[in-house]
Design a protein around this ligand. Sequence first.
Ligand SMILES: [Zn+2]
Ligand SMILES: [Zn+2]
Length: 268
Amino acid sequence: MELLQSLLNKIYDTQIYACQNYFRFTIFSFLIFWVILPHQLAHFRIQPRTKTKTKVILQEIGFSFSAFLVIGVINWFFDLVIPDDRYGLFYDNYYNEISTYGWIYFVLSVFLMLVFDDTYFYWMHRLLHHPKLYYKVHKIHHYSVDPNPFTTYSFHPLETAILFFGYRLVPSIIPVHHLAVNIWLLLTLLNSVVIHLGYEIYPQWFTKSPLTNWKTPSTHHNMHHEKFKGNYGLIFTWWDKMMGTEFPNYQAKLEAVQHKKIGLKNNK
Ligand SMILES: [Zn+2]
Ligand SMILES: [Zn+2]
């Protein structure tokens, strides 16, 4: 009974804020793009027709919710195994004063966490597409061929555990400040919601400029959901380019979407 109480407390303490944050962003963007303004924003649509059924969206909300429960259970387990470690297994690299390493390092550390995060995700994502893992695990994330904001954290519990391991690992690679970790977590959440939006909101100047064209726009991950084998990257396009996994027609599709050649035909 005491164990169960400590489990429920741990889930509540560590996950309530993250869960609220996730549903705040996903509900807001879903209401704007999928419920209130789909006609007005039709020229931002990536896939011409949405085939996503309400039943699938409800399943995705359920799996998203379960992801926070799974993370709470893992946190609780880590606490049982390593009771003295305040931040968990890999959180030894925290420093308290920004002046310890300076502001330039602070900004660089956020960028490096995004790079490590993207690298970890790319390779785990490739692994999850292995037939032995895809049908039993990763298929849940691919229920939506045309993703929506609730697809973002719609994961099988094992996939949640694999990805969460990366979240605990990334801040252990370099010294990090708490604020930098929070900024990284916020940026990675925002990025994940945007790439599952179903709409392309990155302007052409951004995706064409050599200064920014290495950031994945929404179309990049949307094509992964539509065609499955390719565009595995989460934040940057580097790994797909290096490993030859970027869809050959990705640039053409992106330009077509940005030229507003595609509309939401079934809602006209
Ligand atoms: Zn996938
Ligand atoms: Zn996805």
